[in-house]
Design a protein around this ligand. Structure first.
Ligand code: SAH
Length: 270
């Protein structure tokens, strides 16, 4: 009898779907454990399970229900064959287009070795749905992972850092080498953990986002110049000590404060 060729049956990596399959079991276990040890949700959604290297550690846990979504038909078929217990909670589709409430109508945690081409968009969707997604453990390309977690005055500190950390506590957990993936990506990866803060900033999300984006769009300029479109009186910026600062010097709470000043004293409509 001809032996089934296992290698041939593996999912062929597709570049346009950002497929880099992790082949180090210890690292997969570590990523899953970073979630399991702090998770308090009854449901966990994995984005992009691929061939299930992470999924199998999630399925071993019985303190939560594991759901997964992958856009790749071949991966979905592979998962159905190798993890039949996942099948009722396995979706073939695009996470960015997913109606979250329709899939899981209560809070859930997010996990994944995310496709790098859409990783920032995944976090923006998470921010927009933060009440439903209070917790996340994810792998990103290292530079992006660092941006989510960066502190003021660091070169990685920017829009992603402020918007994420305004709502979530961000922790950089560990770096993963390119050679543990098939095919290896061009850059290293980083695993981070985000936990929703107990208190929401007392400012409308759209105004905070706009303030942060405008401030960092001209990150080399002093705020008095970078923020001109809001027509804030110099004396207000002077009072709070922001006038000669640059965006990268403001903390998260400074940005929240600045947005409130803009809301109260600035021009926010054309
Ligand atoms: N978790 C696996 C695979 C990571 S590769 C591992 O660590 O080995 C990224 C995975 O995300 C692939 O399986 C890819 O098909 C999937 N993917 C890409 N874009 C997606 C999208 N928009 N929605 C859901 N899954 C997506």
């Amino acid at each position: 009898m001809v032996q089934k060729n296992k290698t041939k049956n593996k999912v062929a990596p597709k570049k346009h779907l950002g497929q880099h399959f992790l082949n180090d079991e210890a690292i997969a276990d570590n990523i899953a454990r970073a979630l399991i040890e702090k998770n308090s949700c009854k449901h966990v959604l994995e984005i992009g399970p691929g061939m299930g290297v992470l999924t199998k550690y999630l399925l071993k846990e019985n303190s939560f229900i594991t759901h997964a979504i992958d856009i790749d038909h071949e991966s979905v078929l592979w998962l159905q064959e190798h993890f039949p217990q996942l099948t009722p909670n396995l979706i073939e589709g695009d996470f960015l287009k997913l109606d979250l409430k329709q899939v899981i109508n209560e809070p859930f945690s997010l996990i994944g070795n995310f496709p790098y081409n859409i990783s920032s968009q995944i976090v923006f969707k998470m921010l927009d749905n933060r009440k439903q997604i209070p917790f996340m453990v994810g792998m990103f390309q290292k530079e992006v992972a660092e941006r989510f977690c960066a502190a003021p005055r660091h070169k990685e500190y920017g829009i992603l850092s402020v918007l994420t950390q305004a709502y979530y506590e961000a922790e950089y957990l560990f770096t993963v080498d390119e050679h543990v993936f098939t095919p290896p990506p061009k850059v290293k990866s980083g695993v981070i953990r985000l936990k929703l803060r107990n208190e929401e900033p007392d400012i409308e999300q759209s105004l905070l986002f706009r303030t942060v984006k405008v401030a960092f769009n001209q990150r080399r300029k002093k705020l008095r110049n970078a923020l001109q479109q809001f027509q804030l009186n110099d004396s207000i910026l002077q009072q709070v000590g922001f006038i000669d600062k640059r965006a990268e010097e403001l903390s998260i709470s400074d940005f929240i404060h600045l947005s409130k000043l803009i809301e109260q004293h600035g021009k926010t409509h054309d």
